[in-house]
Write a protein that binds this ligand. Structure first.
Ligand SMILES: Cc1cc2nc3c(=O)[nH]c(=O)nc-3n(C[C@H](O)[C@H](O)[C@H](O)COP(=O)(O)OP(=O)(O)OC[C@H]3O[C@@H](n4cnc5c(N)ncnc54)[C@H](O)[C@@H]3O)c2cc1C
Length: 384
């Protein structure tokens, strides 16, 4: 067994680390206060190729393997989560439907613009009545002549307010639903009948928005069914494949954030003096630091192994990906809680980034499949 990260990947990791330290971290407070990422920073992210990390090189992206992508997300997640969310939604759930199941024409038409960051993508599955039970979506698509007509509403859609193109899941056969009755469509913002509804107010992840998307007799050309006519009714499978890959990068992000929280906690514990000595000298604090480090170590190995496995197989690693999402996101929540505890009252104050991390990591146990849903997936795979 060789656990060495190849030299080229380490160099890439180093580039992202420098970018985070030099360009992202200094504005992370500003982004939090203004609830937006400055356009100049978005442009730097484009210049680095971050919008096309997971898009194949033949369509203008960097075409990274899953392990490489995970290493990038680990570094990117050591600062405000909105930066990762902005590009992660584009590279990941926003464009992977087209990458994995799109026709050649669809890939040629959309991927280069998404990879360069000229366009932003989003993934629209969730609806007010269909969250964990995604097969219960109500958005309908009906074929009328040479186009489909979509009606329905999505909510909680990351990048929904700024996306130029959305992967939208709609019911095409109410009898079959997840078993051949849900279809994935590429819907452009300018298509008639497409509109952005309310921008939702949330606990954290400021700087990156979620929004409702509304489809009122929205006209979608026939050729915009992901994968073409042969894929009509196969959209639920596309959604599951897209989410499977995202679970690994979500795990990597959790590891990166947890590492940052450990580093901040080590610094603080070394400086904060109570009872005449740095709190790092108290065993109670040392035990929390030791628990944080141990859990991060376990989570990181898990991410790297599952990502490597996925790269080797070239196909979904359903059970491992669900385990990674479950373990790593729960781990980062425990770590964030300990980080607040080590920082005492300062951990609760907005002057320090700890409370922001604490709020932002809470989301990771909910979106792209809650912890409970990951457990269901793991159990189903075990009992197959
Ligand atoms: C900030 C944010 C961004 C998001 N971005 C996107 C996006 O870009 N695109 C998109 O499509 N969606 C997005 N989502 C939606 C997200 O994926 C859903 O919120 C998530 O899947 C949970 O669905 P729900 O909120 O309807 O909760 P529910 O499904 O109503 O779940 C409520 C509770 O019940 C539990 N539960 C449900 N079913 C079961 C079961 N069978 N067994 C045990 N427990 C169960 C859940 O685990 C949870 O604890 C986003 C959500 C948020 C909050």
């Amino acid at each position: 067994m060789d656990f060495t990260i190849p030299e080229n990947l380490r160099m890439m990791q180093e580039t992202i680390r420098r970018f985070v330290q030099r360009d992202l971290e200094p504005i992370s407070r500003q982004v939090e206060d203004e609830d937006r990422i400055p356009e100049a920073t978005v442009q730097k992210m484009r210049d680095l190729g971050l919008f096309g990390l997971a898009i194949p090189a033949s369509y203008g992206g960097l075409g990274l393997g899953v392990l490489s992508e995970c290493l990038v997300y680990e570094e990117l997640s050591k600062t405000n989560a909105c930066f990762r969310s902005r590009i992660g939604t584009n590279n990941g759930i926003g464009s992977q439907g087209i990458v994995i199941d799109g026709t050649e024409e669809q890939r040629q038409k959309y991927l280069p613009r998404l990879a360069s960051g000229e366009w932003t993508a989003c993934f629209a599955l969730t609806e007010p009545e269909a969250g964990s039970d995604a097969a219960a979506i109500r958005t309908r698509a009906e074929l009328r002549g040479d186009h489909w007509v979509l009606n329905g509403k999505k909510h909680f859609i990351t990048n929904g307010d700024i996306a130029d193109v959305a992967t939208v899941f709609a019911v095409t056969d109410p009898e079959k639903r997840a078993r051949g009755g849900i279809t994935a469509f590429i819907v452009e913002r300018t298509f008639p009948g497409y509109s952005v509804g309310t921008i939702e107010r949330k606990m954290g992840l400021r700087g990156n928005h979620t929004a409702e998307l509304v489809f009122e007799d929205c006209i979608v050309p026939r050729e915009n069914v992901i994968g073409g006519e042969a894929m009509i009714g196969q959209g639920f499978k596309t959604a599951m494949k897209v989410l499977d890959r995202g679970r690994l990068t979500m795990g990597a992000s959790a590891v990166g954030t947890a590492q940052k929280l450990l580093e901040l906690s080590l610094d603080y514990a070394g400086q904060r003096v109570q009872f005449g000595r740095p709190i790092a000298q108290f065993q109670a604090i040392q035990f929390m630091l030791a628990d944080m480090a141990t859990q991060i170590y376990a989570a990181r190995q898990m991410v790297h192994h599952a990502a490597w496995l996925r790269d080797q197989r070239g196909t979904a690693v359903v059970k491992e990906a669900a385990m990674v999402k479950l373990f790593c996101t729960e781990m980062v929540n425990r770590v964030a809680d300990m980080a607040v505890q080590i920082h005492g009252g300062m951990g609760y104050m907005k002057d320090y980034p700890i409370e922001r991390f604490y709020r932002d990591v809470r989301l990771t146990r909910i979106y792209e499949g809650t912890s409970e849903i990951q457990r269901l997936v793991i159990a189903r795979e075990l009992l197959k």
